[in-house]
Design a protein around this ligand. Structure first.
Ligand code: NDP
Ligand code: ZN
Length: 373
């Protein structure tokens, strides 16, 4: 009996050998590197996608440094376009070989959090719809898994370049969310604190929503140039004096709307301070677990200023990305201007990630083509 059990176990193992694949991620906190992991398998509603272009993001570097808690043996990446490799038996809209755009936030559409309707970002818990990096391996891999493919994948349009489509999945989605949360109206005076790739998309979003004056805060020369191209009317340097004083001087008292897309805990206090009474502070910056957000009561108008403080994670799913693709298709915005570096070949992932991590002075957004040509 015992011999037979051992024999059966051997047979079973032989029948299902794990198919392994390469990925780039974190071996342990502060130690990025190459990983070998089993290739993911699609459930009935899911898809397996082979990435064709991926982009490292500041959020990947935050996670690699333990900013959202210690993580190990995790493939990074959440920004990708690719080709469907495999679909579950209940998927109806996609088939192997389809070119797809993959939202970085892929909610469980059956969850109560999603049904609650306020945001699609928090399906089962805080940022629960952000599956890559937090609940499973990410997209810097030969293959990756997408839950509920029919609701979370988008067919790549013929008239949008893959590079532009890649910029919708997080950069446009998050930057525009800053403009949405701020409820920018015609003629509003808007400050965007931080004009890295996320802030630049917030500048573009503010412009599209009809802002009047748009003041960008940042210093990297190529970011400053593109901020102006996307609609910034003024640029302020946080390295040349207190930004609250600079903004109050420029605006004669404060801004209607302030979007936080960079900086640290002190930036939060400054954002509230530079917002006028009845204004809105809209945060899309990722604060670390180590940050403490605090401010003197006066910053918030003694609690009497009707100054809203909002913060949100970018919405997820297919419809969101389809809408952003429409903005590009009809010539309202070219998000590829934020792409500063292009790498060819998966091997270059390491270099691209390191560049993102160290924030080279000429860096805005790097992308990596999985193929070497
Ligand atoms: P970058 O690091 O490229 O840009 C940060 C910007 O903030 C730069 O313009 C920088 O200026 C500026 N900055 C830095 N320090 C200060 C300061 N003390 N005061 C004012 N401005 C300052 O970041 P990204 O654009 O890639 O990302 C921005 C944030 O958005 C990150 O925290 C990221 O994690 C978060 N994020 C959030 C997402 C979400 O859904 N909520 C998704 C994706 C990203 P300089 O020109 O000098 O470098
Ligand atoms: Zn990202």
């Amino acid at each position: 009996m015992s011999t037979r059990t051992a024999f059966d176990t051997r047979l079973k193992k032989k029948e299902a050998p794990p198919v392994m694949m390469r990925g780039y991620g974190i071996l342990e906190v502060n130690k990025p590197g190459w990983l070998e992991k089993p290739r993911p398998v699609a459930g009935p509603l899911d898809a397996i996608v082979r990435p064709t272009i991926v982009a490292p993001c500041s959020s990947d570097t935050h996670v690699s440094h333990g900013g959202s808690g210690p993580k190990t043996n995790l493939i990074l990446g959440h920004e990708a376009v690719g080709i469907v490799e495999e679909v579950g038996e209940l998927v109806t809209k996609f088939a192997p070989g389809d070119k797809v755009v993959v939202p970085c936030v892929t909610p469980d559409w059956l969850s109560m959090g999603t049904q609650a309707g306020k945001s699609t970002a928090h399906d089962h818990h805080l940022m629960g719809s952000f599956k890559f990096l937090s609940q499973k391996d990410g997209v810097f891999a030969e293959y990756f898994h997408v839950n509920q493919a029919d609701a979370n994948l988008v067919h790549m349009p013929d008239d949008v370049s893959p590079e532009a489509a890649l910029m919708t999945v997080d950069m446009m989605s998050t930057g525009f969310h800053g403009a949405e949360l701020a409820e920018i109206g015609y003629g509003d005076t808007v400050v965007v604190i931080g004009i890295g790739p996320v802030g630049l998309m917030a500048v573009a979003g503010a412009q599209l929503r009809g802002a009047g004056r748009i003041i960008g805060i940042g210093t990297r020369p190529n970011c400053v140039k593109i901020a102006r191209e996307y609609g910034a009317t003024d640029i302020v340097s946080y390295k040349e004096g207190d930004i609250v004083e600079q903004i109050k001087d420029l605006t004669g008292g404060g801004a209607d709307k302030v979007i936080i897309a960079g900086g640290d805990a002190e930036t939060f206090r400054q954002a509230v301070d530079m917002t006028k009474e009845m204004g809105v502070v809209s945060n899309i910056n990722f604060f670390d677990l180590s940050h403490v957000l605090s401010m003197p009561a006066w910053s918030w108008g003694l609690g009497m200023a009707n100054k809203d403080i909002r913060g949100g994670f970018c919405p997820g799913g297919a419809l969101r990305i389809q809408k952003l693709l429409e903005v590009i298709r009809h010539g309202r915005l070219d998000p590829t201007r934020i792409i500063s570096h292009k790498f060819h070949g998966f091997e270059k992932m390491e270099e691209a990630f390191d560049l993102m991590d160290k924030k080279a002075p000429d860096l805005i957004k790097p992308i990596v083509y999985m193929d070497a040509q």
